[in-house]
Design a protein around this ligand. Structure first.
Ligand code: CMC
Length: 430
């Protein structure tokens, strides 16, 4: 028997399945011909056991709680890099040299302006629109100003599309916010860095100067980096799936934003704060009753910001954020009662048999919202902030998928459990 083959016996003799090794982590075997050779399909709802592609962007060791981007530890990247540096790393595979970073920063900085016609697009939304809905719609709409529909896209067009999206998303995000609070849109300022510019567009008004606090800039830079990529998560798989039909990068990313918005994914950062606020405000909601509800299988409630498909250990991003939250609050001279509640809830969960047995730990969304609040962001913008952070990851995966000769249009099979063929009844006979 070959070392590079596993054998599956479905009753009529063994079928050989080629084994693929990973650089690090689990190997996989190739089932692409399984249905054709055996008549069987595999059953894997949520694709928890399915590798959908070869990828060299991000590696997670879920049992050890390790996250690497292009081989570098997230803790090192978060401490020592700028968000644009990480974006370059994710897209192009290596850290930029000083000269490459300067060019990349200039290229992004020079494209932050939206086409003026986009103003009327934002105007058309109802005032109370959730910024995530506006963000996804506007991301799709940006593509209408560019000739990105042509297939196959040339490499330089793909690079230009990536720069356009990274440059313009903070503008789109801040305009979505300004729309939701009825304030005038603020134009980007090319003199400012990526994070500073976003804060300027978020918080400046025509009547009031904004001073951009370096503590806020540094903290937001770290937060964006911690969200930058997470291999085949729901939104990234959506981006890849949509892109696999040869849809353009903008549309694929907009679809990913839709996936991110859900409370089981990026929407959890908003849901965590709502949960902590409810414990704070409701005299009947205690740490104990919240834990009890999360364990109750008859209750849909889950402990938001806890659990992960891949990590059976503490999420390394959450580990960074847990101490960072304290640090940021101290530097901002703030005291947030929700942080205290979050700490108590975490301690109660981590010493509870249910959470221990299920290997449920805090994930990235558990502490991020407390820091976003401290930095002055409103709750409805939290998932938008996640989206700005995740954008380079989505694009890197779209690019990798686009270049991969093994990419096929995403089209899973099913196990049909509906009616077998039956006679069609006329309307009067039903
Ligand atoms: N609270 C209570 N029980 C939980 C939780 C939780 N947060 N998460 C998982 N479980 C239980 C679940 O009930 C199931 O129990 P049992 O085996 O007894 O039926 C078991 O753990 C496995 O859960 P699952 O739903 O099959 O796991 P999954 O891998 O499909 O889901 C998850 C992962 C993140 C959706 C889930 O843990 C969850 O709903 N967490 C809360 C929402 C959240 O924080 N999402 C953010 C995810 S991380 C960042 C991101 O992607 O945006």
């Amino acid at each position: 028997m070959s070392e590079n083959t596993v054998h599956l016996d479905l009753g009529s003799g063994p079928t050989g399945l080629d084994v693929y090794q990973s650089t690090v982590g689990q190997p996989g075997f190739d089932i692409r011909k399984l249905r054709a050779t055996t008549g069987y399909v595999t059953f894997d709802p949520g694709f928890g056991n399915t590798a959908s592609a070869h990828s060299s962007i991000t590696y997670i060791d879920g049992a050890a709680g390790v996250l690497l981007h292009r081989g570098y530890r997230i803790e090192d990247l978060a401490q020592q890099c700028s968000f644009l540096e990480i974006s370059y790393l994710l897209l192009y595979g290596s850290l930029p040299t000083a000269a490459e970073l300067a060019t990349w920063t200039d290229q992004i900085g020079s494209q932050t302006l939206l086409n003026e016609e986009m103003r009327s697009f934002f105007d058309a939304f109802p005032r109370r629109s959730h910024p995530m809905a506006v963000l996804a719609s506007a991301t799709n709409a940006i593509s209408t100003f560019y000739d990105v529909y042509r297939r196959p896209m040339r490499a330089d067009e793909i690079d230009a599309g990536a720069r356009t999206l990274i440059a313009k998303l903070p503008t789109v995000a801040s305009w979505a916010y300004k729309k939701s609070i009825g304030e005038p849109y603020v134009y980007p300022d090319a003199k400012l860095g990526y994070v500073e510019n976003f804060l300027h567009m978020m918080f400046a008004t025509p009547v009031e100067e904004t001073t951009i606090d370096p503590v806020v800039v540094k903290a937001l830079n770290v937060l964006l980096i911690l969200h930058a990529d997470h291999e085949m998560n729901c939104s990234t798989s959506t981006v890849r799936g949509v892109g696999s039909s040869r849809a353009n990068m903008f549309t694929s990313v907009a679809a990913g934003m839709g996936a991110l918005w859900g409370p089981l994914h990026g929407g959890a950062n908003q849901a965590v704060i709502e949960m902590l606020q409810a414990i704070h405000d409701d005299p009947d909601a205690t740490i104990e009753s919240t834990i009890a509800r999360a364990k109750d299988k008859n209750d849909e409630f889950r402990l938001m910001g806890f659990g992960h498909r891949v990590y059976s250990n503490y999420d390394p991003r959450a580990r960074v954020l847990a101490s960072f939250a304290e640090d940021v609050l101290a530097r901002m001279g703030q005291d947030d009662p929700l942080l205290e509640i979050a700490r108590e809830l975490e301690a109660a969960a981590l010493s509870d048999d249910y959470f221990v047995d299920h290997k449920l730990f805090p994930n990235v969304d558990y502490y991020s919202g407390i820091i976003f609040r401290a930095l002055g962001f409103p709750l409805r913008m939290f998932t938008v902030l996640f989206a700005i952070g995740r954008l380079p990851g989505w694009i890197a995966h779209w690019m990798e998928m686009n270049l991969d000769p093994e990419t096929r249009i995403m089209r899973p099979r099913q196990l049909y459990i509906g009616e077998p063929e039956r006679p069609f009844p006329a309307l009067d006979d039903r």
